[in-house]
Design a protein around this ligand. Structure first.
Ligand SMILES: [Zn+2]
Length: 275
């Protein structure tokens, strides 16, 4: 019986071997395919949301107004961002900070192009002034202001920050936000509505701990009594004040981004001492 089975098996030996090889190939193939699929999926998961939801392919160039000459230059968006990041943030900052700056600047720029800029009369999307739009500096001028020994590495760091975030834009409801930025918010951010009105549901007040050691954490304005009176009268014509009162100036109300009691008292004391 066994011999008969062996003979039959021998007859189909080649076929059996082929079948085993085929099974191995199919099995290996499915493992490779599965790992490829997993790889692709994990790549997709790592992609920024903006890349999947918002295509800014129509906004790959920008018309930049040079405020000192009045010229308008058309530049590739991400090349323009090298000049913005290097003007807005020191190259010595951490790579992640530079990357965050690149994303915010890209978002702000695209928002300006899409929603109309301050410079439509000049046929420009944005200008190079930080007081108006956002700062920008040419590569030539930027390099000239760095120590020669660090020029190449600094510029490479800036380029990497922009290039490694290509495609990344901050979105709200699928659209780029009006991405304001600042260097220091003094412990917490303020809701834009409280500063200049408008509606920015995506910009809420948040605590920003760890800024104490950096510049602009706190600022101070010194006014004489007369200057104070004149400034108040220019906005409130019926304004009166009696400096003989024990507390002639008191803070009656804060916005939601109020500071800590300690900070408030410190500022208030300083203010009183200066009057
Ligand atoms: Zn401007």
């Amino acid at each position: 019986m066994c011999l008969k089975v062996f003979k039959i098996l021998s007859k189909f030996k080649k076929i059996i071997i082929y079948m085993i090889i085929l099974i191995i190939i199919i099995k290996c193939g499915s493992i490779v395919f599965q790992s490829k699929t997993e790889e692709t999926m994990s790549e997709q998961e790592e992609l920024p949301v903006a890349y999947k939801e918002f295509d800014y392919g129509d906004y790959t160039t920008i018309k930049l107004l040079h405020t000192n000459t009045g010229e308008v230059e058309e530049i590739a968006l991400d090349v323009y961002l090298y000049g913005v990041v290097s003007a807005e943030m020191p190259a010595s900052y951490d790579e992640e900070a530079l990357r965050a700056q690149a994303i915010v600047a890209r978002t702000y720029t695209i928002y300006k192009i899409m929603n109309g800029s301050n410079h439509q009369e000049q046929n420009a999307d944005i200008c190079d002034s930080s007081a108006c739009c956002q700062a920008w500096i040419s590569k030539e001028n930027r390099l000239a202001r760095w120590e020669e020994s660090s020029r190449e590495s600094n510029w490479l760091k800036i380029e990497n920050a922009v290039n490694s975030t290509i495609g990344e834009v901050i979105l709200y409801d699928g659209q780029p936000i009006d991405a304001f930025f600042h260097s220091n918010s003094g412990g917490s951010t303020e809701i834009p509505e409280n500063v200049w009105g408008g509606s920015f549901p995506y910009l809420q007040s948040v605590e920003t701990v760890g800024e104490e050691a950096y510049t602009s954490y706190a600022s101070e304005v010194v006014l004489s009594k007369d200057e104070l009176i004149q400034k108040m009268l220019s906005s409130y014509s019926t304004f009166t004040i009696n400096f003989e009162d024990e507390n002639p100036i008191q803070i009656l109300e804060y916005t939601d981004s109020r500071e800590s009691e300690k900070n408030k008292n410190w500022k208030y004391r300083n203010y009183r001492n200066r009057l």
